[in-house]
Design a protein around this ligand. Structure first.
Ligand SMILES: *Cc1c(COP(=O)(O)O)cnc(C)c1O
Length: 436
């Protein structure tokens, strides 16, 4: 049996409840899948990050990495829990602005920010994480044009390999993100920044990857960064802020065994204190940017089972009313998930099947070789841990509408993103006059 997350419970009739809402009904009321979001679990995770820092390292800030799941309502929840937001594009920043999110709690990332994105960031007073030399000049030019200063961090690659999928490993030297420490590259960059009239150098940022279970990557990186910060200090450049990025893993399948948020934060704090004290460095303001570990397990996608195709002697395909359009991760990274037949939670999971999407791609497989409780057409399949990087990576491939996101809490269900309609899909289509 798949691990139940957050407020998940099984009703007497064998239906899966999330936030007190019967998700079998939710799935059956919709032609397409629905992303269900457990508000209580979401808030609990945010609080766990914030409370642990408050207790052990008050000079700190937790920025939710909004690329995991960004909507107007998410901004409101994040704000009410006292976290900041990290954005990686103009679109994410625009969402935060429209939600009325406090801009002094926003950090902007990206390895190729456009002139407009940088302008938008500076005009709104967000902190910018500078990624490369090209951007130093761009930010300098724009601050002068706008005659407005900006606080910045610089993204530095510690040069280590995080223990995760290479597509989501970002701290090694060959990564496209940030400055390397070697050959004084990062130091040169910081010296350039310090010279700029309207750019305030605040500190450094690292982000070594995602879905990480083993903290040695963080430990090593913090050591390397502390050495680097010491070197800077010897040249009178003070790092006041140190951003450790995100990356803590979550439970997708029973094989995943992440540490708790509390333990993770405590270890990071321990490493920072130890390495900074060893070098007689003043403790910086510490920041983290968790995405997946806040929202991942709080999301569940509910589907209806349609056709079932048996390939004798090979496998049985269970087809669902969604697929790679609402969850590209299996096709993109070979990601694994757990799932249940949500209308028959009380039985045993003993039939080995493969769950396929409805897109015209052989690779549109959501779960390969998973044991389910005798799936039948008309059943409801709930795929767990789809809160992060599912809705935000969704596409209209095959012109399937992007599913809605439903917030559930205490028996209440509310859309925070409406399901797309066919009209929504056509919204930007144009027939030029000569083709009419
Ligand atoms: C994606 C990303 C994060 C969040 O990573 P998670 O693994 O979702 O916690 C944090 N910081 C930066 C710079 C990122 O690109």
């Amino acid at each position: 049996m798949a691990v139940l997350h957050g407020t998940m419970k099984v009703k007497d009739n064998g239906h899966l409840l999330i936030g007190g809402v019967d998700v079998v009904e939710v799935a059956r009321e919709s032609e397409f899948p629905v992303y269900v979001l457990d508000e209580e679990l979401l808030r609990k995770n945010m609080r766990e990050y914030r409370k642990t820092f408050e207790k052990y390292y008050p000079n700190s800030m937790v920025h939710y990495a909004s690329k995991a799941l960004m909507t107007l309502a998410m901004c409101k929840i994040v704000e009410s829990e006292g976290l900041g937001i990290d954005v990686v594009s103009g679109g994410e920043l625009y969402t935060a602005i429209k939600a009325g999110f406090p801009m002094d709690k926003v950090v902007m990332h990206g390895n190729n920010k456009s002139v407009n994105e940088i302008k938008m960031g500076i005009e709104n007073g967000v902190k910018i994480v500078i990624d490369n030399f090209y951007e130093i000049e761009l930010v300098d030019k724009i601050t002068k044009e706008l005659n407005k200063s900006v606080d910045v961090l610089l993204r530095i690659k510690p040069g280590i390999h995080a223990d995760t999928h290479h597509y989501v490993s970002t701290g090694h030297e060959d990564s496209k993100f940030g400055f390397i420490i070697k050959e004084d590259t990062a130091k040169k960059a910081i010296k350039q920044v310090v010279e700029k009239e309207l750019i305030n150098f605040k500190g450094i940022h690292m982000h070594i990857g995602s879905q990480i279970f083993n903290v040695t990557g963080y430990e090593k990186s913090i050591e390397i960064m502390a050495d680097f910060i010491k070197e800077l200090k010897e040249e009178n450049i003070i790092v006041k802020e140190f951003d450790l990025g995100g990356g803590l893993g979550v439970i997708y399948t029973q094989e995943d065994d992440p540490m708790s948020i509390t333990d993770f934060v405590k270890l990071l704090i321990e490493y920072v204190k130890r390495e900074f004290e060893k070098r007689e460095l003043e403790l910086p303001k510490l920041m983290v940017e968790p995405g997946r570990s806040i929202v991942g397990e709080a999301g569940t996608t509910v589907y209806q089972v349609g056709s079932i195709t048996e390939v004798p002697g090979i496998r049985k395909y269970i087809a669902i009313n969604g697929g790679m359009g609402d969850n590209i991760r299996p096709a993109l990274y070979g990601s694994k998930y757990d799932a249940v037949i949500a209308n028959r939670m009380n039985g045993k999971e003993e039939e080995l099947v493969t769950v396929a999407g409805k897109c015209c791609e052989t690779g549109d497989i959501i779960l390969k070789d998973i044991k389910l409780n005798e799936p039948k057409s008309g059943d409801v399949l709930a795929v767990f841990t789809t809160g992060a990087y599912n809705y935000t990576m969704a596409s209209n491939y095959n012109r399937l509408p992007i599913p809605g996101v439903m917030l559930v809490n205490n028996g209440q269900k509310e859309w925070i993103v409406k399901p797309q309609s066919y009209e929504d899909i056509l919204r930007n289509d144009i027939i030029p006059e000569r083709l009419k």
